[in-house]
Design a protein around this ligand. Sequence first.
Ligand code: NAI
Length: 277
Amino acid sequence: MAYQLLQGKKGIIFGALDERSIAWQVALRCHEEGAQLVLTNAPVALRMGEIKRLSEICQAPVIPADVTNMEDLENLFKQAMDHFQGGVDFILHSVGMSLNVRKNIPYTEANYDYMHKGFDISAISLHRVLQTAYRLDAINEWGSVVALTYIAAQRVFPDYNDMADAKALLESIARSFGYHYGIKKKVRINTVSQSPTRTTAGSGVKGFDGFIEYAEKMSPLGNATARQCADYCVTLFSDLTRMVTMQNLYHDGGFSFTGVSHAIMEMLMKQALQEQK
Ligand code: NAI
């Protein structure tokens, strides 16, 4: 159901790769809610071509930008401001990649070039985006920025590898820049900590099926889908959440505050009984 919560608002969506991407679902929901959009992704991702379909549905131009390249980001914001004939009201940062994860390198044997690259793409890029917007005065007063994160920033999930450290940095940048942008222009910046979700980036994590199953059984409401994450992002871009900033907001069906669930206990008890036999 659409409520026209974003009627008249303009936004930039980073990170829609294919239909499974969380950013893809956010773009669709923002479009349904009346927003005008600009879509962006790394040039190499755009070559895969799927984003064209999204761009047609949302009637949104696609502007390539590698989030680690300041020239690309400056060009993106300038072109977006030309397109909208003014500033933007919201930004979704839905970007993440770890080369150590991709190459199956264990956390304790991390390659530091890969680690630097991963931190730049997954975390420092939020600073780069915000700094570019700040310099160009590209975000309108009471604008809203959301970056996607995962609970491995707070608690250990061994196979999440150095993405856990990248997410901790991302959340910290959201807080720190949230202060400065709040003072300057009442722009709010938050991170949304989403349930494990079957996407290209998600499925790259070792043992991902186990992650999803465990989280499903540990969450009173079950895992949140990408579409539900998009609903939540819409509320954060809307005027209904104007005083929410510098927060890490869990969107995980209650996983983050559940110590143990009956479903997990029952599984463990069954296993223990079998072992006794
Ligand atoms: P995805 O693979 O669809 O999206 C990741 C995006 O990052 C892709 O569109 C990719 O092209 C883009 N990207 C990578 N390097 C880039 C660069 N240098 N410049 C510009 N863009 C670049 O996967 P998903 O899951 O939708 O990921 C979106 C965000 O959600 C990520 O930050 C991820 O860590 C986060 N997240 C995902 C969860 C999951 O289980 N899938 C759970 C919690 C958070």
